[in-house]
Design a protein around this ligand. Sequence first.
Ligand code: SF4
Length: 465
Amino acid sequence: MPNEITDMMRQREYTDAVREILSEKSARRGREYTACVVTYGCQQNENDSERLRGMLLLMGYRLTPERRGADLVVFNTCAVREGAEMRLFGNVGALVHEKRKNPDMMIAVCGCMMQIEENARRIKMRYPHVDMVFGTHTLYRFPEILLNTLKNGGRTFDVLDTKGHIYEGLPILRDKSFSANISVMYGCNNFCSYCIVPYVRGRERSRAPEAIIDECLRLMDGGVQEIMLLGQNVNSYGGGGRAFAELLYRLDRLGIPRIRFMTSHPKDISDELIAAYGELKHLMPQLHLPVQAGNDEILRAMNRRYTREKYLETVRKLRKVCPEIGLTSDIIVGFPGETLEQFEDTMSLAREVRFDAAYTFIFSPRAGTRAAEMPDDTPYEEKSRRIQRLIDLQQRITLQILEKQVGRRETVLVESVSARDENSVGGKTPRGHMVNLPGDRGLIGKFVDVEITSAGRNTLRGKRI
Ligand code: SF4
């Protein structure tokens, strides 16, 4: 029997053992045990947190969104942005008082950040109130780690295994009933010079198409209307080439109403995938295609392995098969050594492509990456000026694109109730534009036909038809 299957069987035994211990302890203290999972970072991390919640539920915890007063707080961390690191250490430190009040309380820290030795060591030395630390590769062993800590007391550190197998069948408690994130692959082989992901998520490994199809079928049975396929670089799913497009064709045949995916690396986008946008009924006309920069020298220094012209050619091909496609992107401003002239190339690319939206960042060095060692003599004020120009440009383009939607009829999948007005709901068009419209929470998860009546800076307004 493969190791992964025996490992998973053992984890189920540990899950049962934790549940027994908790049920005895709950009976003794006359109160159930509660757990809160706090997530930092990307959708892949959100997806891991859904798995942690699934495991916790099976182990007998009641889940709570409130970390104060919880008996177990799990911080699922992100290593990609520096801000997330600072927030984590602050938030973990703040729980020291909570732990003094509740002797049963346990704290776990897991995720990408813990794959970086220095961070795990910092938790070990400076945050003695943290009971458990584990990395992305050992997430599946959470029941074992928790059982060990519950039974033996002390602290458990489990971040060493970097083999990164795929463990199918982990329990999962999804955040939404109508829309689901599905990881199709893990890790990344690309080593973009600014990115920490390959070091903390390991090399690429893909799930078998059958396992993904099975998961989709189960989700469809449960009423899911939209799936988001996740991977650091889904274009190299199954080793690259046409494999990801083939997976999309198979999923399209299942009839799930809406299929989206992220993230795509421009160098790996295949002609078959581009053709899929013209052929597949359920693949939404939306693509997040991070360009990062519009200048070839900067792209080379970033180790992106495509040129500006290659990127623009991909965009032209996509728009030829799917003129309505909504493109979004990530752009880094102020990469080490970026001259004003090179930045102007990024501006002109943004003008030429006309993204629906772009997530713009000032370069922030991540220790352990090659870019962190590169000489960087551009003052921060200059980088701020550049990013502001790019943001202004993108806001103008976004508004123009949204204004063009006014008067159109669209089908919106309603996702949420407005935080400010309970008689207003929001949902997305096939192209990914957010539309606000009158309605109540009974519409969540339903498709609604709307006419777009006005455009704001980032969202549309519509009325039901
Ligand atoms: Fe990071 Fe590049 Fe991999 Fe994306 S493709 S996860 S930016 S290394």
